[in-house]
Write a protein that binds this ligand. Structure first.
Ligand code: GUN
Length: 294
């Protein structure tokens, strides 16, 4: 068997096109473009690439992008002051603080300072709590992207066995909540799980977000299962060059799975597309407009 490749890049392009259409409509109603502010502290090269891509996609979708860069040495008080300023700025509908933050800054304190109505990452405890209790919430972008892709492969997820490898607040936990909302039977497994491979083999939908290159092997996968690989790891090849790989050993997994997301070009592009949608959701909710139809 050779797995169907789940083309996140193509799906993300569709979502971004829909976001651009909705942004134009919402801009007319607001009398201004919806706005997304991104805060980058320090000069981590990967974060700089992400922030640049976010800014570009935001502008391409017809929204306003506000980029705020602070030096690596910025204090927690400076970052908090910037977040407060953005909270109070009416032109800013969404605020995203790029992670990781330098070590002198308590990430939780910063994330908790973001106005929950502008929390397009869905990381504020208020949004995490709403998601867990089934209330309308801004949900984290990567997990939302995973569910969109899983539904493309399966249609309904109701009754399917979903296994999430990884229990982070950014991906694993919110992804489990979203899969539960789709009526999947959800297991969260992690580094302390006994016989991770056996748990993974139960999955009709195996979602992997553990941050370890090519950790999940072909024989961890139930034949025909859908594999969603959230990992993006840069590894060195024997010739000294580097390449990006996921958390799943793609070549062997693709021989067993029914469908699989590639890395790159799978879940990565979905994250930014869902960020644009969350920015529109936040803009509409703040202005008392109906939610975007995406
Ligand atoms: N760093 C890596 N992934 C993310 C994300 O989804 N949001 C933010 N803010 N920072 C990140």
């Amino acid at each position: 068997m050779t797995a169907k490749i789940l083309d996140g890049k193509a799906v993300a392009a569709e979502v971004r096109a829909q976001a651009a259409q909705e942004a134009a409509r919402i801009a007319v109603q607001l009398g201004r473009k919806p706005g997304l502010a991104v805060v980058l502290v320090g000069a981590d090269p990967a974060s700089e690439v992400y922030v640049r891509n976010k800014g570009r996609s935001t502008v391409e979708a017809g929204m306003e992008s506000f980029e705020h860069k602070l030096p690596e040495t910025a204090s927690e008080a400076e970052v908090l002051a910037l977040v407060q300023k953005l909270n109070a700025d009416d032109k800013v509908d969404g605020i995203l603080v790029q992670l990781p933050l330098p070590k002198q800054i308590d990430s939780n304190r910063v994330l908790n300072a973001v106005d929950p109505a502008k929390d397009v990452d869905g990381f504020h405890p208020m949004n995490a709590g709403k998601l867990a209790t089934g209330l309308p919430a801004l949900a984290p972008c990567t997990p939302v992207g995973c569910v969109i892709i899983a539904k493309k492969a399966h249609g309904s997820l109701a009754g399917l066995e979903a296994v999430v490898l990884g229990r982070s607040n950014i991906v694993g936990k919110p992804l489990a909540q979203l899969l539960l909302q789709e009526n999947a039977t959800v297991t969260i497994a992690h580094s302390r799980t006994k016989d991770l491979a056996a748990v993974a083999r139960r999955a009709d939908i195996l979602c992997v977000a553990i941050g370890k290159p090519e950790f999940v092997k072909g024989d961890w996968i139930k034949p025909g299962a859908t594999v969603i690989d959230v990992g993006i790891n840069r590894i060195q090849k024997p010739d000294g060059k580097t390449k990006l790989v996921g958390d799943v050993a793609y070549e062997e997994a693709a021989k067993v799975a029914g469908a699989i997301t590639p890395v790159p070009g799978g879940i990565g592009p979905m994250t930014i597309a869902c960020l644009l949608v969350n920015t529109l959701r936040a803009a509409c909710a703040r202005a008392g407009l109906p939610a975007p139809g995406i």
